[in-house]
Design a protein around this ligand. Structure first.
Ligand code: IMP
Length: 426
């Protein structure tokens, strides 16, 4: 199949947007297959900064087809705002360039209210969700009470499903979460308006993709979040509510598992995470602060400061296995300039044991102490480097060691936010 999958190899925010934007040059179609507007991809093209939450990062290349497939959960209000802003800047002016799955599930105001209220009730034990209603929407999908895009477009079906759901959600909101009940009419009217605005883009995207594959068109599947936020393989329960690994492409876009051309993992030269949960290599002091400031590590969706720490090879090796990575794009190497020495976590230690794998127990993962290797840093800025040979020797040594530990070839190294601030290796 002429398809390339791009996924995050850490806890999200690895810089997927920039890599997808670069790879989109060679693709005809770019597909989002999971997550929702919990994702935030920041793209810098010239002076123009674009933050995307739902529309695939291929959108900044004219003429590419952007697909929001069935595995995505869609907040129509957010999608319309994003669409309007992009159209005002001259993108997506041709309606045929955006395709939205009729089977994707819709985020409703009660999902957001439940997400936020639950987090408040959890207090110190909160997950640190983005508060966008993602978890409650996936819950309804699995409970078979969700409202899909196709239902939203059919007034009678939407009315019936919304009435039924709201009855139950209002009992839950009032009695358990101690929140006010929600009014049917306001939601119904707003969502009917959204349906009218989005109808023109809605289609059977799985069928569209099959036809595109048959026609030999090149497809880029754009992952959201990161492997360690996967609901099965991440640091449960501090994860998102969907599968974020490469395998999710098949169910999330409706394509078979045969023969993808490449699976590219995006990986920062250090580690970050937003929200709570174990993070073995986190640096809470000056080094963490330095990475946050230099790397501009603030959430694209919520603006929250990201937690920062050293590169964790145990995590990245796991991501390589879980996703079947054929290559890694290493991002933000430039952020490490001036830090000396650099540390790389090669294993964990806890309870008298050494782990070269990520233990499933959240409690144990919270206890582990990283075993670090130290490498010397470098001081010259990296942003002008376009070939590996342009990097200072110590930066090359650092990259080579990461590549060896990740047991996956590096295909790209990003040394700045701009498109051209990139070293292409393979
Ligand atoms: P939710 O997806 O909003 O339910 O949030 C669950 C966890 O995933 C929280 O720790 C969020 O901070 C994290 N998360 C969700 N989406 C992203 C993302 O795109 N990047 C980084 N973290 C994310």
């Amino acid at each position: 199949m002429p398809g390339v999958i791009v996924v995050g190899a850490q806890w999200g925010d690895e810089g997927k947007g920039k890599v997808v934007d670069l790879l989109a040059r060679d693709a005809d179609i770019v597909v989002r297959f999971g997550g929702g507007n919990n994702a935030g991809h920041t793209l810098l093209v010239g002076e123009e900064r674009t933050v995307l939450h739902l529309i695939p990062a291929g959108v900044l290349h004219q003429g590419k087809i952007c697909v929001i497939a069935n595995g995505v959960v869609i907040d129509p209000e957010v999608l319309i705002a994003e669409l309007t802003a992009l159209r005002q800047r001259g993108y997506l002016t041709d309606d045929a360039c955006l395709k939205i799955s009729d089977e994707a599930h819709v985020i409703l105001p009660y999902h957001k209210a439940i997400d936020l209220a639950r987090e408040r009730l959890r207090g110190k034990g909160e997950i640190g969700t983005t508060g966008r209603g993602i978890g409650p929407t996936y819950e309804d999908k699995m409970a078979r009470t969700g409202i899909r895009v196709v239902d939203l477009l059919d007034e009678a079906v939407f009315r019936e499903k919304l009435e039924r759901n709201l009855e139950e959600k209002n009992i839950y909101l009032r009695s358990i979460l101690k929140e006010p009940a929600m009014e049917f009419a306001a939601i119904f009217d707003a969502y009917r308006g959204y349906a009218d605005r989005l109808r023109r883009y809605v289609t059977d995207t799985a069928l569209y993709l099959h036809q595109a594959i048959d026609a030999g068109r090149r497809i880029l599947f754009e992952g959201a979040q990161g492997t360690m936020l996967d609901v099965d393989h991440g640091t449960y329960p501090y994860v998102t509510s969907s599968n974020t690994v490469a395998g999710a492409v098949c169910a999330g876009a409706g394509v078979g598992p045969g023969g993808f051309e490449a699976v590219v993992g995006i990986c920062k030269a250090y580690t970050t995470r937003v929200g709570n949960g174990p993070f073995p290599t986190e640096e809470r002091g000056a080094i963490g602060e330095r990475l946050r400031e230099t790397g501009d590590e603030f959430g694209a969706t919520t603006g929250r400061p990201r937690r920062c720490g050293w590169f964790d090879a145990v995590l990245v090796r796991r991501a390589a296995r879980l996703n079947g990575l054929t290559g890694i794009a290493l991002t933000k190497l430039d952020v490490l300039t001036g830090l000396d020495p650099l540390r790389i976590c090669v294993a964990y230690r806890a309870r008298g044991e050494r782990f070269e794998r990520v233990p499933a127990s959240t409690r144990l993962l919270e206890e582990v102490v990283p075993e670090y290797e130290e490498l010397p840093g470098w001081t010259p800025p990296l942003t002008a480097a376009r070939r590996l040979e342009d990097l200072p020797a110590n930066a090359r040594r650092y990259v080579a060691r990461l590549e060896e530990l990740a047991a996956t070839p590096f295909t790209m190294i990003s040394v700045g936010a701009e498109r051209e601030e990139t070293i292409i290796l393979g």
